[in-house]
Design a protein around this ligand. Structure first.
Ligand SMILES: [Zn+2]
Length: 214
């Protein structure tokens, strides 16, 4: 079941690897189907050798519906996010370096480049520390997402969300670009931050039906 969706999950994970947002078996990718099942990458497996049959199909309570692999160790947090946020269908977790670095010294990544609000809908909060592989990680993510498509987990990494895998992937990639640019600017001096009006304009320009081909 869900062969196309399983392929999309692996494709997304490989894109995350290509953009250097995850390494080896780190991070995870999850997707809620229209039927309400949750597809999740397995625990501790390399993405480059992952097959569709390695993707685990679960119900929203975490019971395995199909598959022989153990789901990501973060599955409890992922299921919590999906339960609390009905508009979210895709959840990505990465250990991306630049966004995580900002989280070590600041409580927020401000919107300094327009690509951040384009993809992530605004400045990005840093959630207080929570242990990996814990329910608390999901609770913190929901509490600090603030209607954006990304949240930085202090001393850990990043969670991005979207109504589909593409939105969550774009959020992760553009968040990292924005964090990198912001850090480079901080090295040179005091970065210019977008005004609220400029952020709103940047969000509006990338709504479905305006940007892209669909
Ligand atoms: Zn992690």
């Amino acid at each position: 079941m869900y062969e196309k969706e399983k392929e999309q999950i692996i494709h997304t994970a490989l894109a995350l690897k290509e953009y250097r947002l995850i390494a080896l078996s780190g991070g995870n990718v999850s997707l809620r189907t229209q039927q309400g099942h949750v597809l999740a990458t397995p625990s501790g497996m390399l993405y480059e050798t992952m097959q569709p049959s390695d993707i685990v199909v679960l119900d929203i309570e975490g019971n395995t519906v199909e598959g022989t692999r153990r789901a990501s160790v973060d599955i409890e947090a992922i299921l919590y996010i999906l339960k609390k946020l009905p508009e979210v269908n895709a959840v990505i977790h990465t250990h991306q370096v630049y966004a995580s670095a900002v989280g070590l010294v600041q409580d927020r990544l401000p919107a300094a480049v327009t690509t951040l609000p384009n993809a992530c809908l605004g400045p990005i909060n840093v959630a207080p520390f929570s242990s990996a592989a814990s329910l608390e990680m999901g609770v913190m993510a929901v509490d600090y997402l603030n209607n954006k498509r990304a949240v930085i987990l202090k001393n850990h990494g990043v969670i991005t969300v979207g109504s589909n895998l593409k939105e969550a992937l774009y959020s992760a990639v553009y968040l990292e670009d924005a964090a990198k640019t912001y850090i480079m600017a901080k090295v040179l001096g005091n970065p210019a931050i977008l005004t609220e009006e400029q952020v709103e304009e940047a969000v509006g320009k990338f709504k479905p039906g305006i940007y892209g081909q669909s």
